[in-house]
Design a protein around this ligand. Structure first.
Ligand SMILES: Nc1ncnc2c1ncn2[C@@H]1O[C@H](COP(=O)(O)OP(=O)(O)OP(=O)(O)O)[C@@H](O)[C@H]1O
Ligand SMILES: [Mg+2]
Length: 249
């Protein structure tokens, strides 16, 4: 079996007396969508924050592509290819979609040696940036200022940026939130495709999307993982039904 891309072991995060992450062990394998579900306040976002580096865990380890990254900062993790999209504010709304992706390509390449080159005409930036926009279906909107893109298109743009940064895994925290049914459907089919490029840890309340997309599901309740398994395993699990799914069926 392939090595996990992401390997979280015995992670603990307390906020005062509250154990928001309580001994969480979870992994993400190449090619998979691993969905993380659970009620409000279960600790899903807190876990994502620790994986991307915005919160430091009290104990436990996070390994990414075989390397212990527990002590690394957000930028260092992103450089290694840990792609967090949504809820990031790295997009410049006054720039075009293309320009935003070009900046990501430039960041990945390291910008020092191209200091005197005009960014706009540099093919080594425009070509990979356009490729990423095509990949997410935004090529026809490339020259529009981001401020003119719809909510759904901005999320596509964020994924294009993550692709341009060379992400080797995606951490998505409620990507469907605020999207209409059409947007959710489009994003669902896109994510099903995207996982071939890089596996996805998906936090999502939209159960239709989770059941359609997930290769595996982990259920988090009060900071603890109470079950991990296939869609069928999780649908059948009595503890999961009691703790979470009961209301949704
Ligand atoms: N910075 C913080 N300081 C103190 N408590 C926090 C902090 N962040 C989160 N919490 C608490 O930790 C628990 C887990 O919160 P978290 O946001 O991770 O839940 P969640 O599963 O993402 O919920 P939701 O589904 O509503 O997004 C909650 O009780 C929350 O109030
Ligand atoms: Mg959350």
């Amino acid at each position: 079996m392939a090595e996990p891309v992401l390997q979280i072991s015995n992670l603990v995060k307390s906020f005062g007396a509250l154990r928001a992450t309580d001994d969480v062990t979870l992994d993400l394998y190449p090619g998979e969508i691993h969905a993380l579900i659970g009620p409000n306040g279960a600790g899903k976002s807190t876990l994502i924050h620790q994986i991307c580096g915005t919160h430091a865990p009290n104990s436990g380890t996070i390994r990414f592509m075989g390397e212990d990254i527990t002590q690394l900062g957000v930028a260092a993790r992103a450089r290694k290819g840990l792609g967090r999209t949504f809820q990031i504010s790295s997009i410049a709304p006054e720039f075009s979609a293309l320009r935003n992706v070009m900046l990501a390509v430039q960041a990945r390449q390291g910008s020092s040696f191209r200091f005197f080159k005009p960014v706009r005409s540099d093919k080594s930036l425009t070509e990979p940036a356009m490729a990423a926009l095509e990949r997410v279906g935004l090529a026809s909107r490339a020259t529009l200022p981001v401020a003119e893109l719809s909510h759904g298109e901005r999320r596509q743009l964020e994924i294009a940026i993550a692709l341009a940064l060379g992400s080797r895994a995606f951490l998505l925290d409620e990507p469907m939130a605020g999207m209409g049914p059409e947007g959710s459907r489009a994003l669902t089919s896109f994510l099903a495709d995207l996982k071939q490029e890089a596996p996805i840890l998906l936090v999502e309340h939209d159960m239709d999307a989770v059941f359609a997309l997930a290769d595996r599901i982990s259920v988090l309740v009060y900071g603890k993982i109470i079950a991990t398994g296939s869609v069928e395993d999780i649908r059948r699990d009595p503890a999961v039904r009691t703790a979470y799914l009961g209301d949704h069926d």
